[in-house]
Ligand binder design. Structure first.
Ligand SMILES: *Cc1c(COP(=O)(O)O)cnc(C)c1O
Length: 244
């Protein structure tokens, strides 16, 4: 028993209620517990509390952390990925939510073939058009999917991901989640493919995201509290330079 259980149970109950409002069940929504900036001890407590699937936003931090966590943990990359880190990414993560260019796809595909791994990928779309956000523009999506369908062997494209602009009012995120779902429906129709996963919703807006069809919610602070602000010494580049 540990401190994380009440927050985890409260989050699961909100997920289930929101799923019901969208005519679905709790099993239709996957909780990705975001452990960025938290150490392996937090992951161990999270596993004890019942969590199994974890999200990290930096390859370097994950490369340090994952080997110190129980092997039962499953890991997904949710943050921006640079092409020079793909070798590590395809070994560490079962799913990469943040593929945002053809160049990155090509690098990942080559790395996964080399490593003999078969990660799933989602395309990150900047539906809000905020200049500070990563992601393909909706207009770039069809050509990117076309390229992926013609070139993927190791990687499987199975969904779309977005981040809504920060806003204290969760309702402000709703139009962006609707936009991602509509894009997904359009791409499925145009290409005759299955893009089951909609990765959208974070601590502040996951209930709205689920109401609009999210299948994967990426939740950090609602499960673990405020993230440590000061970079832990163990997460410094010096510590991980031996790994990467
Ligand atoms: C940090 C992060 C999250 C989780 O954010 P919270 O507000 O703490 O739930 C979700 N998605 C991405 C891409 C992140 O970087």
């Amino acid at each position: 028993m540990n401190d994380l259980i009440p927050l985890y149970e409260a989050t699961l109950s909100k997920i289930e209620t929101a799923a019901k409002r969208s005519g679905r069940g709790a099993d239709d929504v996957t909780l990705v517990a975001v452990t960025k900036t938290h150490g392996p001890e937090t992951v161990r407590d999270a596993i004890d509390a019942g969590m199994t699937l974890f999200g990290e936003n930096k390859v370097q931090e994950a490369a340090w952390k994952i080997p110190m966590c129980p092997t039962s943990a499953r890991w997904q990359l949710i943050g921006h990925l640079q092409s020079n880190k793909v070798k590590h990414a395809v070994r560490l993560f079962e799913t990469i939510h943040s593929v945002d260019s053809i160049k990155l796809f090509d690098a990942l595909e080559a790395a996964a073939r080399q490593a003999g791994t078969r990660p799933e990928i989602y395309l990150e779309v900047n539906v809000s058009g905020e200049p500070s956000k990563y992601g393909l523009t909706p207009a770039m999506l069809p050509a990117t999917i076309e390229h992926i369908l013609n070139h993927s062997q190791a990687l499987t494209l199975s969904g779309l991901m977005t981040m809504a602009p920060f806003d204290l009012d969760p309702e402000a995120a709703r139009p962006h989640f609707v936009a991602l779902r509509n894009l997904r429906d359009q791409m499925e129709k145009d290409f005759g493919i299955d893009l089951y996963h909609l990765s959208m919703g974070m601590s502040g807006d996951f209930e709205v995201a689920i109401e609009e069809g999210a299948t994967d919610v990426r939740i950090g602070t609602a499960l673990f509290g405020a993230r440590p602000k000061i970079t832990r010494p163990t997460l410094d580049a010096d510590t991980t330079s031996g790994i990467l």
